[in-house]
Design a protein around this ligand. Structure first.
Ligand code: TYD
Length: 134
């Protein structure tokens, strides 16, 4: 399952006036964008995430600063460090994730394949492991 998690490089239009990057549904990321949200003003040492999604796919970009994403399929964990805005991490459905080590003033942009619904969350790690065993 972790084999489907991957860093995706985005276009980077370099310009003396400043660089520009962008992404489009199905072109740069493998799903249609339904929602975006962002995580900011994270106090030092705090951890975000700590759940899996049944359906939601995500693409996460560090728009500013840096942070780590730990992705876990129930057997194996992998750590990705994000620190530039011209690439991001694609996370398919069904994987546990945590976000840690946020730098001061970091800004995490999350692009999601679904609208928000609490029913899509698996927030209990033991429940996650049980579902993975099925
Ligand atoms: P949650 O996804 O648990 O945060 P984390 O980034 O740590 O995984 O969301 C925190 C709270 O915000 C939770 O009560 C649900 C709410 N929320 C929304 O209402 N809409 C959204 O799009 C998101 C992502 C969260």
């Amino acid at each position: 399952m972790l084999t489907h998690v991957r860093l995706i490089d985005l276009p980077k239009i370099e310009d003396y006036r400043g660089n520009l990057s962008f992404l489009e549904s199905y072109n740069h990321i493998p799903f249609e964008i339904k929602r975006t949200y962002w995580i900011y003003d994270v106090p030092g040492g705090q951890v975000r995430g700590g759940h899996a999604f049944k359906e939601q796919e995500e693409f996460i970009i560090s728009m500013s600063g840096s942070f780590d994403i730990i992705v876990d399929d129930g057997n194996e964990k992998k750590v990705y460090s994000l620190n530039r805005s011209y690439y991001g991490l694609y996370i398919p459905r069904g994987l546990w994730r945590e976000m840690r080590n946020f730098s001061t003033n970091s800004l995490a942009l999350v692009i999601s394949s679904t609208s928000f619904t609490e029913e899509d969350y698996i927030r209990d790690y033991d429940v996650f492991l049980k579902i993975k065993e099925l």
